[in-house]
Design a protein around this ligand. Structure first.
Ligand code: ARG
Length: 304
């Protein structure tokens, strides 16, 4: 394999033998890190009292702008929600909602520090409902942290629980979307949201870090996704799985070198980004990115 590896280094636009993956155009919602800081600790990455854990405001805004530029350069649409003072984690837009088929499942945060964010995201969707062609907006009853714990594949929603989102929210989502929701139990406090332990690369390809899950959830993942990419500990612990895929390009933290290689071996194109400042709050590219999946009107019309 060392010969193969050498070849890939010399040719950055290496195209895999397994055939080309197809990107589809996405619409993302992001929130600028204007008020981002580590002021409290609601996960073990956050160290508000440690000078080494302090956020450099210039660096974080450069990293966030670079991430946004990656998306627009790839041809994706990026909408931006206004940041709100005193909500430092609002930059993590993924937690603001889950949007599938033009249906918005609002968030309800576990911790008081982030609770007010839910309303700001809901209000944004209400204000843009007509323009986005949204079909319905659901105000949740159970605790759920949006796309942080709720990941979309073709046939099912993969839903995390254990630290933030409650299993009751999985059932609530299932009723709202009328789609199957599979519960996965997270067990590692460093990997407290599903999107830190598992990434959906295309409609049926996922990558995940098995030890982040309870044994019965590992077993379930093995049965549902026998061909999944298995990430190693080093890549999981730099939040390498907190990645965003458009079906071809996979935007991921630059330190996750082995995962990038595994992804490339499957015909995807890894795009490394620097998220070192965001990681001080336990976040990465995926956390900063909420996908807006429009209503599939074309399909309905074709059948109508
Ligand atoms: N500090 C934030 C929290 O603990 C980070 C959120 C990361 N978001 C994510 N989708 N994993 O809530």
């Amino acid at each position: 394999t060392s010969a193969v590896r050498g070849e890939r280094v010399r040719n950055p636009r290496w195209i895999p033998a397994k055939g080309e993956r197809k990107a589809t155009r996405r619409h993302y919602l992001m929130c600028p890190p204007t008020y981002f800081t580590v002021a409290y600790a609601i996960n073990p990455w956050m160290r508000p009292d440690d000078p080494a854990g302090a956020v450099d405001p210039n660096r974080v805004s450069q990293q966030w702008e670079a991430l946004r530029r990656v998306y627009t350069t790839l041809g994706h649409q990026v909408s931006v929600i206004d940041p709100v003072p005193e909500l430092p984690d609002m930059v993590f837009a993924a937690n603001g909602a889950l949007v599938v088929d033009g249906m918005v499942f609002g968030a309800k945060f576990r911790y008081a520090e982030r609770a007010p964010e839910a309303t700001h995201y809901l209000e944004w969707f209400k204000a843009h409902a007509a323009e986005l062609g949204l079909r319905s907006i659901h105000v949740p009853v159970a605790v759920n942290e949006g796309e942080g714990d709720l990941l979309v594949t073709r046939s099912r929603i993969l839903a995390g629980t254990g630290f933030r989102t409650e299993p009751a929210a999985h059932r609530e989502l299932e009723r709202f979307l009328a789609r199957p929701v599979v519960t996965l139990r997270l067990v590692d406090p460093m990997l407290y949201h599903l999107d830190t332990a598992l990434v959906v690369l295309d409609e049926e390809t996922i990558a995940y870090y098995p030890p982040a899950f309870a044994p019965e959830s590992q077993e379930l993942l093995r049965r549902l996704y026998p061909d999944a990419i298995l990430a190693d500990e080093a890549d999981a612990m730099v939040l390498g799985l907190n990645a965003v895929s458009d079906g071809r390009h996979v935007v991921l933290p630059g330190e996750a070198a082995r995962l990038a290689e595994q992804i490339a071996d499957r015909g995807f194109e890894p795009i490394p980004v620097d998220i070192s400042e965001l990681r001080k709050a336990g976040g990465g590219p995926k956390c900063c990115t909420l996908e807006i999946r429009p209503a599939s009107t074309a399909v309905d019309e074709a059948h109508g």
